[in-house]
Design a protein around this ligand. Sequence first.
Ligand SMILES: [Zn+2]
Ligand SMILES: [Zn+2]
Length: 418
Amino acid sequence: MNRVSTEYEDHTVLPPLPPDLPGDPDGPLDLRLRDAGTLGVGQTFDSGEGRIFPCDGCGADLEFRIGDQQLACPYCGHVKEIAIAPDARVEEQDFHVMLERLQQWRVEEARVQVESGDEEHAGDSTTRNELRCDSCGGNVEFIGTLTSTHCPYCGSPVQLEKAHKCQERRIPVDGVLPFQIEREHARKNLSQWVESRWFAPNDFRRTGVNGKFNGVYLSYYTFDSMTFSAYTGQRGEHYWVTVGTGKNRRREMRTRWYPASGRFQRFFDDVLVLANTGLNRKFMLALEPWPLLKVVPFNQQMLAGYLARTYDVDLDAGFTEAKGRIDSALYHEVCQRIGGDVQRVHNVDTRYEAITFKHLLLPVWLLAYPYRDRTYQIFINAATGEVQGERPYSVWKILFAVLMGALAVGAIAAASQQ
Ligand SMILES: [Zn+2]
Ligand SMILES: [Zn+2]
């Protein structure tokens, strides 16, 4: 089959399987996964050297090591420097050009399906392997050896044999923020977090949170846009008048309204939007800010040993969410520009121009832990160490606190009446 796109096609050849390795059927090394590499989360890489990274010393899969930001062999200790081309840059992509390209891909894929009449295209160079969790629907891609046998989102066991082929061509990844926080560091932050939770049950505080951390790269979009806004509204200025006579004489505040309107332009840089669903968005937002200055050009070597989640939010839906963030910032600016003591905003008309985006992978330590009869999720920003997540509450401790509060209020009331 002859595909027109060259830029996103991947002609890399998988390296041969390494020699026999210490066999542990439940261990992290699973040879079945070796050919289930991330067929270009979108992009060709490594000038065709292969998408898993065998150790020069022993042939096992190298893993990205956070401490020195290098590839290292977990078996023999061999270290390989990650090579980033000196001219590699994290480039902004044109938003509308990409939307057109996606549309074109959809048309082509529909045609291919009709022509071939089946869903399996073995050997198709755009086919990628993905793993979907049956319990929660989380989708992951992986590279090299998958070190986890449990879903990073919900903690259920994942069936590695169920890696399925995915036909769809995807927006390439532009940049990666490599893991900065090591597993042990994350664990320490987590226990501090557990200890500092108010109203946590005692056994939860004592035993902490048990479970396996999973390092996951999540998909994000960042958008840039130049905006031109025209607004109309009213500026309110307060003044005081004296009303009433005799005993009723008093001052009252009034507001005089003046028409206000204007135009201004504002550039927005790196408005960040999570491109994965099924994660608690409140916690994900609370993981911000991300040190985006540390983002490096996409390089699959950094993904070695980690899961990378493919985006489930389409690019245009992502921009709609970014627009929400931009619009609320513009609204604040309109209020400032109108000035006065209070403002009424009748209308803000905004044109978005020169929209560009980047598709980024940002690192998160995820932990799903069981407590009593349900599963809780914890998220750790693996670039800053920020911990967010669900935790159990002790009903008794809360009741006790409410009771003490009520007693204190009662005591104050009683004292003030004497
Ligand atoms: Zn080795
Ligand atoms: Zn799951």
